[in-house]
Design a protein around this ligand. Structure first.
Ligand code: AMP
Ligand code: TRP
Length: 331
């Protein structure tokens, strides 16, 4: 069975963009692929984090994975730091990665601009850790939002380089970026993507927001000039709202457009808020219902399965490069 691998960072709060661009697709793809879903806490610390909050968010994100519908009976859920091979392979790939290619990464440029003082070497190296995540599992497909495209290209490049220089070791993965929902925009500024790190929290609907917050955020959502409610790329605000509506309800575009024909923006926003609240209610109940022991069991199981596969790949990579030590020499 072919494999998928994906992950999200346990920082801030998971929002509708994360769900519609990524997590939602993990849930459907898990039935077709052997699946690995990681909580990437080592990526999180590339930006300073409060240790207590990071620990809480790590467990909360595991609960969110389960509550959106990742089935631990068929998929592997684990925490990145539980599998030391991720950090180990990162060192190896660091020695193949080039400064120049990492300097071109737009996410690094954006994040280091926001963080202008004390940009860590870890932030610069972020894509190498991500490549390690993916390559350790001989991954076929990586379901992510549009903003990860460049990191996936880098992952492909570095895998190809390793295979060329040291022999076939890694499968070269393909991105899976959905046609609809790969880039959900901020409700308060439809030229920017919905983002956890956005200072303006009204643009970002969190999966754990209560109904009041959801209603308030949609009510304040900016709209375009004009009055027609139609999918139209020249009207990014309405198109973004309609995209969210389409994905949450599963209704076809023509049906949505005819439903709102002749109605005003306020009605669309109210309706969308209702749809979102109804979608979030059962999900939030699920999150609350996942006990600590149950969660521990799932994460321990995930850790064991992941370590096994990651260990094999890492050993092959070491051997291919001629990295041997006391325990590996036959002389
Ligand atoms: P992160 O929270 O940055 O770890 O992202 C987790 C996943 O959500 C990644 O696959 C991202 O590409 C995806 N994602 C983040 N923001 C958005 C957005 N605004 N629209 C669609 N997908 C997104
Ligand atoms: N960089 C991804 C993001 O911020 C998270 C991530 C880390 C990831 N490792 C990964 C996604 C491996 C897919 C595969 O969204």
């Amino acid at each position: 069975m072919k494999r998928i691998f994906s992950g999200a960072q346990p920082t801030g709060n998971i929002h509708l963009g994360n769900y519609l661009g990524a997590l939602r697709n993990w849930v459907t793809l898990q039935h077709e692929y052997e699946s690995f879903f990681c909580i990437v806490n080592l990526h999180a610390i590339t930006i300073p984090q409060d240790p207590k909050v990071l620990a809480e968010k790590t467990r909360e994100l595991a609960r969110i994975y389960l509550a959106v519908g990742i089935d631990p009976e068929i998929s592997t859920i684990f925490v990145q730091s539980d599998v030391p091979q991720h950090a180990e392979l990162t060192w190896i790939l660091n020695c193949l990665a080039r400064m120049s290619e990492l300097e071109r990464m737009t996410q690094f440029k954006d994040k280091s601009r926001k963080q202008s003082e004390n940009v860590s070497a870890g932030l610069f190296d972020y894509p190498v850790l991500m490549a390690s995540d993916i390559l350790l599992y001989q991954t076929e497909l990586v379901p992510v939002g549009d903003d990860q495209k460049q990191h996936l290209e880098f992952t492909r490049d570095i895998a190809t380089r390793f295979n060329r220089d040291f022999g076939d070791t890694f499968r070269v993965p393909e991105p899976y970026i959905p046609k609809v929902g790969a880039r959900i925009m901020s409700l308060s500024d439809p030229t920017k993507k919905m983002s956890k790190s956005d200072d303006d929290a009204t643009g970002c609907v969190m999966l754990l927001d209560d109904p009041d917050a959801v209603n308030r955020k949609f009510k304040r959502a900016v709209t375009d000039s004009g009055t027609e409610i139609k999918f139209d790329n020249s009207r990014p605000a309405i198109t973004n709202l309609l995209t969210i509506y389409q994905l949450l309800t599963g209704q076809p575009i023509v049906e949505i457009e005819s439903r709102f024909a002749g109605r005003g923006y306020a009605q669309l926003k109210q309706n969308l808020a209702d749809v979102t609240v109804e979608f979030l209610r059962p999900f939030q109940d699920q999150v609350k219902g996942i006990g600590a022991e149950h969660l521990n069991r799932i994460l321990r199981q995930g850790r064991e399965k992941a370590r096994q596969i990651a260990g094999t790949t890492l050993a092959n990579a070491y051997a291919a490069m001629g990295i041997v030590g006391a325990s590996t020499t036959d002389e």
